[in-house]
Design a protein around this ligand. Sequence first.
Ligand SMILES: NC(=O)c1ccc[n+]([C@@H]2O[C@H](COP(=O)([O-])OP(=O)(O)OC[C@H]3O[C@@H](n4cnc5c(N)ncnc54)[C@H](OP(=O)(O)O)[C@@H]3O)[C@@H](O)[C@H]2O)c1
Length: 268
Amino acid sequence: MTRADAHTPASSAPLPLFPDMSGKVAMVTGGSRGIGAATCLALARNGVRLVINGRDPVALQTSVAAVQAVGGEAIGLAADCSDLAQVQRMQAQVEAHFGAPDFVLAFAGGGTGRPVPVQDITEEDWRSSIDNNLTSTFFTLKCFLPGMLARGSGGILTMASAGARVASGAPAGYGAAKAGVIMLTRHLAQEAGPQGLRVNCISPSAVLTERTRATLSPERQARMQEGFPLGRLGTPEDVAAASLFLLSDASAWITGVVLDVAGGRVMV
Ligand SMILES: NC(=O)c1ccc[n+]([C@@H]2O[C@H](COP(=O)([O-])OP(=O)(O)OC[C@H]3O[C@@H](n4cnc5c(N)ncnc54)[C@H](OP(=O)(O)O)[C@@H]3O)[C@@H](O)[C@H]2O)c1
């Protein structure tokens, strides 16, 4: 591979296709924007039928329309995944429409604000990081597991972050919440493997989405990418491609792993 190849963004690379995924059903929390929305598109192009979740109904409708525009099938369900009753309602709607999903991608979450010293983290910010990232993942898994276990096959993906792998620029509460997601993933992989479910975790470093582009100036992006052995920041399509691999039969003997989609920035 030449150096130029190494810089090729995944968005300009051909989309990986996994024929075994065609016709399956995926529930994607946080699928209304950013990484989740790009992953929904990649799944749709692989013939996967989608239930897309987010909180904002306008963003949700945009993501559903984007999937339909490429010939995919999608419905949108608005719910706050940090609220158990809302996730339970969503699970009942999904199962009434499609039955238990083949794949659950628990991607809802995100970081809030700039890092501050631990002693200065407010109770509100701490609880918000944990609720929005760790508790929302737990509620999603708790609600969708019974149906998937009853069927005895399927794949689950959770979403961590480089902030959970190394103490770097992320807020401590966010890093702690995402580290919790990693351990929850491992516990579930151990528990559910004998019952036919594979459970893996994606852990991206800096990915350029609409949200992160709005907060990182081009100069800051240029400075940041110097810290990445592969010489660039990530794209949502980089994460989508890794997600396809971990859900497809191409990774049939892989469970309980954390895949750092991080341009070489995280090596653990
Ligand atoms: N971008 C990065 O550099 C990066 C790096 C590492 C990890 N991650 C992780 O990747 C995931 C996606 O990040 P992103 O950068 O693509 O963020 P984004 O563009 O802000 O999208 C976040 C998505 O999650 C949804 N969401 C957030 N909290 C939710 C909740 N409580 N219930 C339901 N939906 C919720 C949002 O919907 P609404 O907008 O409607 O609330 C939206 O669809 C997050 O878990 C994030 O922590 C991102």
